[in-house]
Design a protein around this ligand. Structure first.
Ligand code: KG4
Ligand code: ZN
Length: 351
């Protein structure tokens, strides 16, 4: 099964070609471009993102063609594809629109079936990439999805079977990183900068709140933490040029966020008696989160397997969309080309 996948839900224009053969052995080519233009606005501007996708996506597909068939001749690439996959939601409506319509046009021109993929499901399947074959994951699995727009705990009972266990009531974990980075003048996206600076800071320097830590649910809330950090920075404006002060703020913020994410994940994993714990989403690139969650699973959940995605596929990409689509395609679970549409508010596993 050979899948061509497109991802355009936010500010990455991406395409991938995945060939899964016998025993799950796979070949993968993927191209990701990030829209640098948003950095100057301090966040993604939806209208600008969509226009950029419209310009960039054909170039990304041409580059994918050069990697897969040695040419940007789309007809050659089309002969090496069995199904088209595309992110249908959640995400920015106009950005999704560009990807979905490009995919539908290709499916029509090449006469291929199409799979509409949930972006969060894609992030989950980034855990299947990394080796030379798609692994067999033991279910049920508890998945912590943390990105710029989502902080969720999902129970995965099998391929395509999800129950949403908890979600953020306000801001996502990635937003807490991004908004604090903006206050500190660290640019966008802020997560990578905060985690880099946190390495030199003291994790217990500042006692920032851990919202909903003991509320007994699997929900998250990060807006109170963001506000506490904002008040703190406003009060200590004079120190913002001191690298040690900034490092302490970054380390303390990262620790507060990671504490909540890890404690809630372990509690939900215990409650559901899971076989596997998976981490997914852009914030999964955070080294402190990866280490702390891995250690907590090893210490508190004997016999439970833990995995996190390779750093190359933590952020938005089309390789993860291709893997998610593969598990739909093998079940003949295709979308209808004529009626398929974007679904910007699609919530995976919401009953
Ligand atoms: O999944 P993603 O690429 O896009 C969305 O679907 O939202 O996630 C982007 C988010 C941003 O908020 C970014 O700051 C965060 O992931 N991020 C990180 C790190 N790398 C990216 N957050 C913390 N630490 C990192 N190393
Ligand atoms: Zn994402």
């Amino acid at each position: 099964m050979r899948i061509l996948a497109i991802e355009s839900s936010c500010d990455e224009s991406a395409a991938a070609w995945l060939h899964v053969g016998r025993g799950g052995r796979y070949q993968l080519e993927h191209v990701v471009t990030t829209q640098a233009i948003h950095a100057k606005y301090g966040g993604v501007v939806p209208e600008v993102a969509a226009r950029e996708h419209a310009v960039t996506l054909p170039l990304v597909l041409a580059e994918l063609g050069r990697r897969v068939v040695g040419s940007d001749d789309g007809r050659l690439l089309g002969r090496r594809v069995d199904a088209i996959a595309v992110t249908r939601g959640p995400g920015l409506v106009t950005s999704l629109r560009v990807g979905v319509d490009t995919a539908r046009t290709l499916a029509l021109a090449w006469g291929k079936p199409i799979v509409g993929v949930n972006h969060i499901e894609g992030h989950i399947y980034s855990n299947w990439l990394g080796g030379d074959r798609l692994p067999t994951v033991a279910f049920p699995a508890l998945v912590l999805v943390v990105s710029g727009g989502h902080s969720e705990l999902l129970l995965m009972r099998g391929h395509g079977k999800y129950t949403l266990f908890g979600a953020t009531l306000d801001d996502a974990a990635g937003e807490a990183f991004d908004k604090t980075a903006k206050l500190l003048g660290l640019g966008y996206p802020g997560g990578p900068a905060i985690s880099r600076l946190a390495a030199d800071g003291r994790r217990d320097a500042l006692d920032f709140p851990r919202p909903l830590l003991h509320d007994g649910t699997s929900n998250f809330s990060f807006s109170g933490l963001k506000t506490a950090v904002r008040y703190f920075i406003d009060k200590h404006r004079a120190q913002i040029s001191d690298p040690m002060f900034v490092a302490d703020v970054c380390a303390s913020l990262e620790t507060a966020i990671v504490d909540v994410l890890v404690r809630k994940t372990i509690a939900a994993a215990k409650k559901n008696n899971v076989a596997t714990v998976l981490l997914a989403g852009g914030v999964a690139a955070n080294a402190h989160l990866r280490r702390t969650l891995a250690d907590a699973v090893a210490a508190e959940l004997p016999g439970v397997h833990y995995a996190d995605p390779s750093l190359a596929v933590c952020g938005d990409n089309a390789a993860m969309i291709a893997v998610a689509a593969y598990f739909h395609a093998v079940k003949d679970d295709f979308s209808t080309l004529t009626t398929m549409d974007v679904d910007p508010g699609w919530e995976l596993g919401r009953k």
